[in-house]
Design a protein around this ligand. Structure first.
Ligand code: SF4
Length: 474
């Protein structure tokens, strides 16, 4: 049955089980006196690891220039180096990477550090420039030589090309015409610069502790260094921190743009202990589960989350239904990094390596499985089969997001429209294809209801096809 929808070259990731790809995480630090910036950058990057596991790196100010240390893989690989170094500095930025644009080799690892006519600059970028191809071609035709295949490098070239004098004027100039999602941390000589695109697609926060400024993609990274009084870098804000203090400026977009926070940050990407866009991630995911339950006639015996992405919504669903919540699908956390699994048997084996049902709980039960989203359906089909093998009487799949049907141009790696199962099959046909008794998605209206009074400030384009910005022409 599964062959109906399996793709011959599916990339299965035992670590995140076929989810839309995370994008990146960024952080930064600025201190009036030299301190061990490596240590604090490590703590923050470690807390942001869920946002990217393919590469990581830091850049720091070293008297007359900017130094970098980057590696492929997880932040823990640099633990010894970064926690034991005796080197001190006044500023640093860090990056964890999932390759949404450009290849995944070390050449594309960030921060990207350059020396140009504007001085020494290092950049860490979270997001995706939706008009990157056009901008890159324009620069290439002017004779620019690119060191990487990332869209982030485009911003550095545009800074270098600017004829303006002050840093703030140069930044305004360089970002005019740059479209899409960009949360940026930059070192520019002795300054730490934080920037967020006017739509506010990706998050960025900052805090001060003991006269030192810290910034990170998510508050969870600032909690890790015990920072308090956390502030959001506002959409369209540029903050420059240096010996003169903190100065805030507003980007002037060339055309009016509407706020478009990525709702997938709330549904799946961000860490549950973070609070993003004014919302508790944990409370939001729980409300999704409750909403799913209120709109569902089913009376299950037990509610089981697909770990870990479905856990919080499953708690909400079970509490609203007043039925048993069981962690009857356990997860092996030690299966390592992504790899390509070309055959059905290998993909099935990868899921079996990762997830283990507890049949004494599942046997003869009417089970509701809760997950956050459905991409290709491959993994879900295998999980349903595991439930049947464990003796489930019925298996019903509930998703705490609407049907994923459209690509993302703002930094999330969603497969092509042809690969997305919801573009080819109705929920009933998906249930048949994956062997479930029923499949139901959260409706877009219910998702808006859960988002509350500011629902119109969110991007939901991957569900609706209604993009908040102009789409790339190339
Ligand atoms: S298209 Fe989807 S994943 Fe991309 S920014 Fe919008 S809500 Fe987020």
């Amino acid at each position: 049955m599964l062959e109906i929808y399996m793709q011959p070259e599916t990339i299965t990731t035992p670590d995140n089980l076929e989810k839309p790809g995370h994008f990146c995480g960024i952080c930064g630090i600025w201190s009036p006196l030299p301190i061990n910036v490596h240590k604090y950058t490590f703590y923050m990057l470690f807390a942001l690891q869920h946002r990217g596991q393919e590469a990581c790196g830091i850049a720091w100010q070293d008297s007359t220039r900017i130094k970098t240390d980057k590696t492929l893989g997880m932040v823990s690989q640099r633990m010894e180096t970064w926690l034991t170094t005796q080197e001190v500095s006044t500023s640093a930025i860090g990056h964890v990477r999932y390759a949404t644009h450009g290849g995944s080799g070390i050449i594309n690892a960030q921060p990207i550090a350059i020396y140009c006519n504007k001085g020494h600059i290092a950049l860490a970028h979270n997001g995706n420039l939706s008009n990157a191809n056009e901008l890159r071609e324009e620069l290439f035709n002017k004779g620019n030589i690119f060191q990487t295949t990332t869209d982030s490098e485009i911003i550095l070239h545009r800074i270098s090309h600017s004829l303006k004098q002050s840093k703030i004027d140069i930044l305004h100039d360089a970002l005019q015409g740059v479209e899409g999602a960009y949360s940026l941390c930059m070192l520019w000589d002795n300054d730490l610069i934080l920037i967020r695109d006017p739509c506010g697609f990706r998050p960025l926060y900052y805090a001060q502790k003991d006269a030192v400024w810290y910034t990170a993609s998510e508050p969870c990274a600032l909690y890790s260094i015990a920072a308090e009084n956390i502030h959001e870098v506002k959409p369209g804000e540029i903050i420059i921190i240096n010996n003169d203090g903190l100065h805030s400026y507003t980007l002037k977009p060339s055309a009016p743009l509407r706020l478009s926070h990525c709702i997938f940050e709330l549904i799946y990407f961000a860490r549950p202990d973070s609070e993003l866009f004014g919302k508790s991630i944990y409370a939001f995911r729980k409300s999704l589960g409750e909403r799913l339950a209120y709109t569902d006639d089913l009376k299950p015996d037990i509610v089981i989350p697909v770990p870990d992405s479905g856990t919080i919504a499953a708690i909400g669903y079970a509490q609203a239904k007043q039925c048993n919540f069981e962690l009857a699908l356990t997860r092996n956390h030690y299966t390592g990094r992504s790899f390509i699994l070309p055959t059905k048997n290998e993909r099935e084996f990868a899921v079996r390596m990762k997830l283990h049902p507890i049949s004494s709980i599942i046997k003869n039960k009417k089970v509701v499985l809760i997950d956050d989203s459905l991409v290709r359906g491959t993994t879900s089909g295998i999980i349903v089969a595991l439930m049947r093998e464990a003796g489930a009487k019925e298996v019903h799949l509930r998703l705490s997001s609407p049907e994923l049907k459209w690509p993302c141009y703002y930094g999330i790696d969603i497969p092509t429209r042809e690969e997305l199962i919801s573009n080819r099959l109705s929920p009933e046909a998906i249930a048949h294809a994956i062997g479930a008794d029923s499949v139901r998605f959260m409706s877009l209206e219910d998702l808006h209801t859960c988002a509350g009074h500011d629902a119109c400030n969110y991007c939901t384009a991957c569900f609706s096809g209604q993009y908040p910005t102009k789409l790339p022409s190339k």
